[in-house]
Design a protein around this ligand. Structure first.
Ligand code: PNS
Length: 183
């Protein structure tokens, strides 16, 4: 167990099983893990910061050394303000590495005392990202197993028309396939 606080910053729009996996792993390593949601990361997020905070609160309720917060501006400045000594980031595949390395080195330039620690989520989540989850859900597709059940329900609530349209299309598909072409 590493003494002190680490920060796990991100957009979490929405939180995925990959995020949760990393939070669980991080909470075993650091004395305290602060999951910090960036405010204003995107102009039109799918979930408000309050909604994301609420979802993460429920998802991490059993992890006693995990704290939730939000931040604005430079991550390193926020990290310093809460005396965090490490930044935790997940690397799913080698394709993540370039961007993460760039960000870690920029953060080091800005604040040399803050160390970035990379961890890998379980390989079954290696292709899961919030962006793809949003894309699939917006088209009414299934996201079971990619996000916690709670998030799945919230996505269904939010995207009810998309799911209805998707289901209607599926119900209609056999009829369309079965239709004989006119000669
Ligand atoms: O989940 P994400 O969107 O990959 O998280 C990216 C995040 C929030 C960690 C990153 O964009 C960030 O730290 N933004 C805060 C602004 C900042 O410090 N920028 C300089 C990073 S090198």
């Amino acid at each position: 167990m590493i003494n002190g606080s680490a920060i796990y910053p991100g957009s979490f729009d929405p939180p995925t099983n990959g995020h949760l996996d990393l939070i669980q792993r991080g909470s075993k390593i650091f004395e305290e893990l602060v999951v910090a949601i960036l405010r204003n990361s995107e102009k039109s997020p799918m979930f408000s910061v309050a909604e994301r905070l609420e979802m993460l609160r429920e998802l991490t309720a059993d992890l006693k050394n995990v704290r939730l917060d939000t931040f604005d501006g430079l991550m390193v400045e926020y990290a310093k303000s809460i005396d965090a000594t490490c930044v935790l980031r997940g690397i799913r595949a080698i394709s993540d590495y370039e961007y993460e390395l760039q960000m870690a080195l920029m953060n080091r330039k800005l604040e040399p005392t803050l160390e970035t620690v990379f961890m890998m989520p379980a390989d079954k989540y290696s292709y899961v990202s919030s962006r793809l989850v949003r894309e699939v859900a917006q088209a009414g597709g299934p996201v079971k197993g990619l996000v916690p059940e709670l998030v799945e329900h919230k996505l269904r609530e939010k995207l009810d028309p998309a799911y209805k349209l998707h289901d209607a299309r599926l119900n209609d598909a056999p009829r369309r396939r079965g239709k004989k072409r006119r000669a």
